[in-house]
Design a protein around this ligand. Sequence first.
Ligand code: ATP
Length: 293
Amino acid sequence: MALELSHITKTFRTGASEVCALEDCSFTVNDGEFVSLIGPSGCGKSTLLYIAAGLEEATSGTVMLDDRALRGPGKERGMVFQNYTLYPWLTVEQNIKFPFRLKANMDYARPNAVIMGEIEYAGHLLEIMGLAQFRNRYPRELSGGMKQRVAIARALTNKPRILLMDEPFGALDAQTREELQELMLLLGLYEKTTTLLVTHDIEEAIYLADRVIVLSARPGRILEEIIVPFPKDRLLDIKLTPEFLALKRRLVDLLHAGGRPSSGRAEILERLGQHFHATTASPVTTTTNQQHP
Ligand SMILES: Nc1ncnc2c1ncn2[C@@H]1O[C@H](COP(=O)(O)OP(=O)(O)OP(=O)(O)O)[C@@H](O)[C@H]1O
């Protein structure tokens, strides 16, 4: 087992007010596994990920990595955020090598073999992430998808035990998003990465994961863990199969049952109806629980 979160509770206190974001959340991520974390907006997904990353402290509960209790951030956890977080004054290659530069500043006596190994690994990351021909470009010269590839490569530079990703593809267009989903899937297959992903996108959660963990509305509690029954080397087309759609339906139902706020469709229609004094029959359905695939 790589990562183990036990009985995590988190209460934010600001002045006199308190927000209980998470309540007694326990789960594990096994070696080489890809786990997706989904839940309604504001249920505490990012907070849970930040606690795993050591960027946020739990009010109670423990975080263990390889049976070692963790406090604070560390290089054994690579983090990828939605907003690319690249250094704008560094090229693609320099961004990817930046963690090596930090290490070099701390340890002047590193053997040449170690330095050669790092240079070789940076080259490997540039190749596998499809960035080799962009190595001398600056972030401002890259598309959103390319910037996120650089951010993922940089997070992998230190060969972390686990990659923690917070809505990494949330700002990308649908096609680029799918390209990066496929890249992540293949990365998991070939590099044997262990990953915990937070996403709003149920399709993405299923497509990438071995297991999906569903959180309730705030305070986030673990509603269910669902094993994804597809082979690891699945193709994007799997999203169109009845088995995939049935699993998606199950997750949508779970999120509704767990208190996902309504879309507000009924209220919007009522306001529109009042405003336009509709005289003919409404062309749209007013029910809020239609069956979507
Ligand atoms: N630093 C903070 N101080 C006070 N409240 C916070 C803080 N960070 C998060 N919260 C609150 O904790 C709750 C959970 O926030 P979090 O961002 O973890 O949810 P989320 O599920 O990731 O949301 P979303 O899906 O919208 O990104 C929210 O009500 C949020 O307002």
